[in-house]
Design a protein around this ligand. Structure first.
Ligand code: MGP
Length: 243
């Protein structure tokens, strides 16, 4: 870790909890799994209280990064992470070594600070270009020309942990961005799109965005025998299901 990392000041809504007594009750369950979420948690990982709900556990983030690195078309050298959050996926993409550059977008300034700080802990901050803002605006206004060289990964908000109570999750009413909004916006940028979505997502809705007789792959990412979430791969990914 560098000196400037150690002396950095955390904004007021950013925390590194050391003991369960400090942790708000509704995130205690996540804090209990902190080393599965960030194996380097004790090196001073930062999170906002809301960021705990959406962060991808490290083994899952690494597996997804590994699949995208292996199966994305060769000509793609840029990875755009549209919802960087506290950095779980972004760090894994940078660690994979597959990308010339990782572009990470996050709207919430405090959460973006967490992502940058956490990337420093993992030693990959220098491989990432950070954008503070709405991902649709950043992609349209600042990254547009990179579309043909990029893979777009998005782990959007799912409308809160309440997603668990739906037997089949309706992606058309997902808040604040429906599957239709996400796909329509992202497909104006690139045709290589990976979305991280609830494990109970309605796959019939995912199929609607597959052109003609092309195919998409849906992959469940599991820990200890239970699916955590799925990824849908749209584009020319060479069959992650074979791994
Ligand atoms: P979870 O269902 O809240 O936890 O999230 P868990 O421990 O699997 O619940 P249980 O029923 O198994 O006890 C599962 C995973 O979904 C988390 O690890 C996050 O990666 C992801 N996740 C959860 N939420 C609410 C979101 C979200 O809003 N957006 C994104 N992108 N990921 C989420």
């Amino acid at each position: 870790m560098s000196e400037d990392h150690i002396s950095e000041e955390a904004p007021p809504e950013v925390h590194h909890y050391n003991e369960i007594g400090e942790v708000p009750w509704d995130i205690q369950n996540y804090w209990a799994q902190r080393y599965r979420i960030f194996s380097k948690y004790d090196e001073g990982v930062w999170l906002t209280d809301d960021a705990w709900f959406g962060v991808t556990p490290e083994p899952v983030a690494n597996k997804i990064a590994d699949h995208i690195a292996k199966y994305a078309p060769e000509g793609r050298s840029i990875l755009v992470d549209a919802f960087a959050g506290a950095g779980g996926n972004t760090i894994a993409f940078a660690l994979s070594g597959r990308w010339k550059r990782v572009y990470a977008i996050e709207k919430n300034p405090a959460v973006l600070k967490c992502a940058k700080h956490n990337a420093k802990i993992y030693g990959v901050d220098h491989k990432i270009t950070w954008f503070e803002g709405d991902c649709f605006d950043v992609i349209k206004n600042q990254l547009k020309v990179l579309g043909p060289y990029s893979v777009l990964f998005a782990s959007p908000p799912w409308g809160g942990p309440g997603y668990r109570y739906d037997e089949i999750f309706d992606l058309s009413t997902m808040e604040p961005y429906s599957i239709n909004t996400l796909f329509t916006e992202y497909s104006m940028f690139t045709d290589q799109i990976v979305l991280y979505l609830p494990r109970t997502s309605d796959v019939r809705q995912l199929a609607k965005y597959v052109k003609g007789t092309e195919q998409a792959t849906v992959m469940h990412y599991c820990m200890e025998g239970a699916s955590k979430a799925l990824c849908v791969y749209y584009g020319d990914f060479r069959g992650p299901s074979t791994d």
